[in-house]
Ligand binder design. Structure first.
Ligand SMILES: NC(=O)c1ccc[n+]([C@@H]2O[C@H](COP(=O)([O-])OP(=O)(O)OC[C@H]3O[C@@H](n4cnc5c(N)ncnc54)[C@H](O)[C@@H]3O)[C@@H](O)[C@H]2O)c1
Length: 262
């Protein structure tokens, strides 16, 4: 018996990385999964980005999360095909930013449009069927960078901080309609986005060492947390921002602990 047997789930950004891992795990747990993505499936460079249709229970639709009409269409199709919508996981997102004095307004806007407005639209259109059902679970994918600042983050951190508070507001506004809303806040996770950003950084080791477990995370470890929040195991949990970060946000690391852990 799967933990999501009989449930219908929409996962955005499902063609790669964390969204793909969620699609695979949720389907393995018995859910009917409809994944959506911007449509450049296969161009992400992710060796795992084989067509989602190869996994039982997973269907992939083309959708840019910035496109409100298309987001509404995707949800309408899910409900028409499957009769309901039990959960949405908003994994679509992009790395964006740079220090403000070097960043143009277009880059700021791109970071906000995809990471924050796109997340808002995915949640907004999921609310329709969920309010009718009087049940549902919204799992947003924020970031440790939505919980605290970091060098060069700017638009990404502002957007992810917005996702955290948007999620808490959803919990406030829709709890009495039986809808839960929670954010997962990943540390640095080995996905195509990560490789695109971190591989080129000379200080990648310092970033890794801020994770107190001494390693970067795997997309499947985020999928496990998203599964927990989406499932009945988290039936009394709403409005939280759960760091899934190997201890990244537990405190500052200066290397002292290596004296007794090496
Ligand atoms: N990898 C990390 O270290 C990390 C850490 C914290 C948070 N996150 C967040 O996790 C989420 C998934 O990231 P990932 O690391 O798996 O990256 P990824 O690049 O592997 O996957 C992101 C997916 O989102 C899709 N996407 C991008 N723009 C889109 C749009 N406008 N509409 C629809 N789909 C779009 C991409 O095509 C891709 O398939 C993102 O929101 C990201 O910000 C990632």
């Amino acid at each position: 018996m799967g933990r999501l047997d009989g449930q219908v789930v929409h996962i955005t950004g499902a063609a790669s990385g964390i969204g793909l891992a969620c699609a695979q795990r949720f389907a393995a747990e018995g859910a009917t999964v409809v994944g959506s993505d911007i449509g450049d499936l296969g161009t992400t460079g992710d060796p795992k980005s084989e067509p989602l249709t190869e996994f039982p229970g997973v269907e992939l639709l083309e959708c840019d999360v910035r496109d409100a009409d298309r987001q509404a269409e995707v949800v309408a199709k899910i409900v028409a095909d499957h009769g309901r919508l039990d959960a949405v996981v908003t994994a679509a997102g992009v790395a964006a930013g740079g220090p403000l004095h070097m960043m143009d307004i277009e880059e700021w806007q791109r970071g906000q449009d995809i990471n924050l407005t796109g997340t808002m639209l995915s949640a907004k259109y999921a609310l329709g069927p969920m309010m009718e059902q009087k049940s549902g679970s919204i799992v947003t994918v924020a970031s440790v960078e939505g919980l605290e600042g970091c060098e060069g983050g700017s638009t990404y951190n502002a957007a992810k901080g917005g996702v955290v508070l948007l999620t808490k507001n959803l919990a406030n506004d829709y709890g009495r309609a039986g809808i839960r809303a929670n954010a997962v806040c990943p540390g640095f996770i080995k996905t195509p986005m990560f490789h695109g950003v971190v591989d080129a950084m000379p200080w990648a080791d310092q970033i890794r060492d801020q994770h107190k477990l001494g390693r970067f995370g795997e997309p499947e470890e985020i999928a496990s947390a998203a599964l927990f929040l989406a499932s009945a195991d988290a039936s009394f949990i709403t409005g939280i921002a759960l760091p899934v970060d190997g201890g990244y946000t537990a405190g500052h690391s200066y290397g002292l602990a290596e004296m007794w852990t090496n």
